[in-house]
Design a protein around this ligand. Sequence first.
Ligand SMILES: Cc1ncc(COP(=O)(O)O)c(C=O)c1O
Length: 407
Amino acid sequence: MYSRLNEIASEVGSPFYIVHPELFRENLRNFSKAFKELYPKFILSYSFKTNYTPFLLEIVKEEGLYAEVVSEIEYNLAELIGFRGEHIVLNGPIKDEPLLQHVANNGSIVNLDSSYEVANILKLKQQFPEKDFSVGLRINMELNTRNGASAIQGGLTESRFGFTEEVLQEIVPELKAANIKINAVHGHVSTTNHSVDNYKIIAERLVQICEKFQLNDVQYVDLGGSFFGAAPKEVDVSKRPTYHDYAQAVCDIFLNNAWFDQHKPYIVIEPGAAVVTNVFELATKVYQHKNVNGKHFVSVDASIYQVRPSGKTNYPYVEYSENEPQEQIVADVVGSTCMEVDKVAEQIKLTHYQKGDFLVFKASGAYRINLTPFFINPRCAMVSLTEDGYKVIRKRQDAKHLLDMLR
Ligand SMILES: Cc1ncc(COP(=O)(O)O)c(C=O)c1O
């Protein structure tokens, strides 16, 4: 493997991503299967923001799945990739009138988040009274765990997203009076624990809102994303939920609910990380080992953004070298930017840290690629491995490309 990595690096540049399309397909299929075995009216809508490498988006389309987008540019990207309007779910907090009009004409599922969007839709309906408008409503969620703490990302007790019941009291009658259909309810919450219990709370809340506000046109009950899954094999997942655990818990609630039974809507999920995390690995080359007052630093050409943007956990890695192992050291692996805090990994054990050795970091598929800034180094290449070599999925960015973007 070392000579293969070395050859790829000399042709496409280092660092580079190794993409595993077969794992992506497997994750998408397994997640869908887990739900469809219990309830056939199911839609998997892939979260673009988590990783919108076109190569992946093509796979999502080929598999007949939906696109979940949260901005105008993501919506346009879905259209360029060839997703049909009805196969796009638009979420996100910012949706101005032209976007809403365009999306309504395309028949996409649109989940409104705030009252100004309701005002925009009411205005559009006034302008085009003959046209049928349908919207979904994102419902504000509280997620309290069994020990009373909030499961919302960062331990936040209030989510900024969606409509509270108080606001629903105002807007539901307004929308109904204007003959605008409410065709979806949406309950995405980003959590830290990704626990099954969160989805029980979300599922219960969504059907409760449908019952209470008599949302009888609802065809889509959307649980959002933030599931656990697609962990690389080095991670112990024995205590973590499986796709099946989520599907079972949610279906237990829905299939025993009278409103759900009467209306039989689609269950929608919007996974990102749970289907793409293990699909990318990052190969990075070692340049230097330094010992500074007894502390070991190993410099590589990747950066913290590509491997662990949160700067918290270390990610699984494998060392590749053509040399015999050296004496084991415990080192900080430091990146290619000029920041002291550019730590790709902290205090990890290494036996290969000579110039030219490679470290391959696992679990690089979610968020890292879209969140890596144009800072000091180019966007790196992506390759997938084939039986007899490799295929370039994305080329390394050069200065001309950067200039075009900056102008
Ligand atoms: C509305 C919505 N859906 C889906 C997702 C995907 O989340 P994840 O990548 O954690 O599955 C997000 C992420 O923040 C989101 O905001």
